[in-house]
Ligand binder design. Structure first.
Ligand SMILES: [Zn+2]
Length: 298
């Protein structure tokens, strides 16, 4: 299917669209990025065509695209995307018409998981749960570097499970999906900000809270400590069901290095086992995992 042993992946994010051309082994050849056009579906289609043209992608090379949300198996249209101009659109059909080449779409957390499974932190493991802790919370599952989609195409979407073990100090949080107390409302960057705000009565972005945490600020330490407890609580349910060999973590909050020391001990106490071998690893390809995973879709 691939011409000249090349692969092309595109990562469609809320702020930027990035394209990566690699050889068949995943080695980078060329890369380009543009800002995501706000509120315009047709401009997004046009930007993707421009990126392929900028990278001189051979005309018949199929393209993999990672994006927020997913394709509804019922309608073939996009749903659940926080880049809302995509929702309700027949994105794949429109892209194939516009680009004149075959297109595969996948959720961005699934692309992340595929990338880390193929040649990243999880490359030596079979059953992989990949998670993104960033503006949102996503997840994907792969077995021997093959993504598991699921009959409803929602495999790995732990971010919209309900956060377990909330206490009376934790007031209810509404999620954009219409539910309350989704894991995402606690474990995303904005979720950490809200936790910090309840402790300190001050609003700070997550990255500043993490900086204060490293300086030993008492309130930031308390917020991040609650974050670790909740991350372990939420992951323990996933481990009891899936029991993955490895959990790979990406997204902005994956850069809190204490996660990898603090979470295993908590999980060991929470899961239904007398033995805990699950590896908790930081993503190897960082911000590039989305676009790399998209290139592996063919
Ligand atoms: Zn939700």
């Amino acid at each position: 299917m691939r011409e000249n042993n090349l692969r092309i992946g595109i990562d469609l994010g809320g702020t930027k669209i990035e394209a990566l051309l690699t050889d068949s082994a995943g080695n980078e050849i060329r890369r380009a990025r543009v800002k995501t056009p706000p509120n315009s579906y047709s401009n997004i289609l046009e930007s993707i065509a421009d990126l392929l043209s900028d990278l001189s992608v051979p005309p018949d090379l199929p393209v993999g695209i990672g994006m927020p949300g997913s394709v509804s198996p019922l309608t073939g249209h996009i749903r659940n995307a926080n880049t809302t101009s995509l929702n309700g659109r027949p994105f794949q059909a429109d892209l194939e018409k516009n680009l004149g080449r075959p297109v595969r779409l996948a959720n961005d957390a699934n692309c992340f998981t595929l990338s880390e499974s193929k040649d990243g932190a999880a490359k030596n493991f079979s059953l992989v749960f990949g998670i993104i802790l960033g503006t949102g919370v996503g997840g994907g599952i792969s077995v021997n570097s093959n993504l598991i989609e699921g009959v409803n195409a929602i495999s790995g979407e732990w971010g919209h499970n309900r956060m377990p073990n909330l206490t009376s100090r934790d007031s209810e949080r509404k999620c954009y999906c219409g539910r309350t107390n989704c894991v995402e409302t606690w474990l995303s960057g904005p979720g950490l900000s809200r936790t910090y705000e309840t402790i300190s009565k001050k609003k700070l972005p997550a990255e500043d809270i993490v900086k204060f945490f490293y300086k030993g600020d008492e309130r930031a330490v308390e917020a991040v400590s609650r974050y670790f407890d909740q991350l372990a609580d939420a992951l323990s349910g996933v481990i009891n069901i899936l029991d993955p060999d490895v959990i790979v973590i990406g997204g902005g909050l994956s850069n809190i290095d204490e996660i990898y020391n603090e979470i295993p001990g908590r999980l060991e106490r929470l899961i239904f086992s007398d033995y805990f071998e699950t590896k908790i690893l930081k993503a190897e390809h960082g911000d590039s995992s989305g676009v790399r995973g998209a290139s592996w879709l063919w």
